[in-house]
Ligand binder design. Structure first.
Ligand SMILES: [Zn+2]
Length: 331
């Protein structure tokens, strides 16, 4: 086969692979998806009035604060100015968590896991005015089924005013089933107990929701893998973190023989590639874990996200937190 036809065959193979599996996705609010032409059509701006402050990424406080989801605006209001839009499950899944109290920044929120997707992502729907009373944890839910009413519940630093009511939507990976142990061990959490078990936002690592919501069929594994790995750590543990069992498709090497791992992260802190390090591998760190490599072209972004320190020599607060949460699942 000539190199050219080999390339063509590879291309066709990839096209085939991409279309072999896909998960049906619906828009998670009453907004008609066919009316969306630009991001401004669905984004709800923060008080800054910049529409992109509602999108995903380092869009808050002049690029210094991370927004882990997308804020979708309402399409209709009642006479009091509150949204009339319903919120729907974006994909088939299972109700993982219902928070019916306004006791944190998410306010009233629902978390769904999606065992039928290419990998076990969660989706999260926050600031709801009301959660459907018929929903029960553990119940199966089909895409497009109502979860509640769009709203503005939040116990964050600044209340959400009626003109800024929205759905905060996230999609991503669950870091660790050891999260509660990790959380309780942090001195700064002594006065604020974890109210949300594994479904605390710190244990949920969101990616850009538009990787999923911008299409009617999405391959969730492809979406995760489409992110670039820009920072790596190495860790030493003979007990594999439960993350590698939950997401074997992100893992290479022999889990049973592993004495540690090289973990590659996307810029926001999602561990997207795990390589098992067998006993004696020179990459195994002498300490429990260490920063291994940084993509210098992403240095500014990694610094503002606190994945690394400004001198790029040490892990930052968020990378440290995520690695410690991941290791809390090594049991
Ligand atoms: Zn938001």
């Amino acid at each position: 086969m000539s190199p050219r036809s080999l390339l063509a065959a590879l291309f066709l193979f990839q096209l085939g692979a991409a279309s072999l599996t896909a998960t049906e996705v619906v828009w998670p609010t009453s907004m008609d998806r066919t009316t969306i032409h630009t991001p401004e059509d669905y984004l709800q701006a923060t008080i800054s009035e910049n529409p992109f402050s509602g999108s995903y990424g380092m869009v808050r406080e002049e690029g210094q604060r991370f927004h882990e989801g997308v804020d979708i605006r309402p399409t209709s209001h009642n006479p009091a100015g509150e949204p009339l839009d319903q919120v729907f499950s974006a994909m088939d899944g299972k109700i993982a968590y219902l928070n019916n109290a306004t006791n944190g920044p998410y306010g009233k929120y629902v978390v769904i896991t999606h065992p039928q997707a290419e990998l076990l992502v969660y989706t999260l729907y926050a600031h709801l005015a009301k959660i459907e009373p018929s929903l029960k944890t553990g119940d199966a839910i089909l895409r497009g089924k109502p979860l509640g009413l769009m709203g503005r519940t939040s116990a964050g630093a600044a209340p959400i005013t009626p003109d800024r009511a929205h759905l905060h939507f996230e999609v991503g990976l669950i870091l660790s089933t050891g999260f509660e142990t990790w959380y309780a061990a942090q001195p700064e959490n002594r006065k604020s107990p974890n109210l949300h078990s594994l479904w605390n936002g710190q244990n949920l690592m969101g990616m850009d929701p538009m990787l999923v919501l911008s299409r009617t069929r999405a391959n969730l594994l492809d979406a995760v893998r489409s992110q670039t790995a820009v920072v790596s750590v190495t860790m030493r543990t003979t007990r594999p973190p439960d993350f590698v069992k939950r997401y074997p498709m992100l893992v290479s090497g022999d889990v049973e023989r592993a004495a540690g791992w090289r973990v590659d992260f996307a810029w926001q802190g999602m561990p997207i590639r795990w390589t098992a390090l067998e006993p004696g591998n020179a990459l195994l760190p002498s300490t429990r874990w260490q920063l291994y490599a940084i993509d210098q072209s992403a240095r500014k972004l990694l610094t503002s996200r606190k994945m690394i320190t400004p001198d790029a020599k040490h892990p930052g607060e968020i990378l440290t937190q995520n690695v410690e949460i991941l290791l809390s699942g090594a049991r």
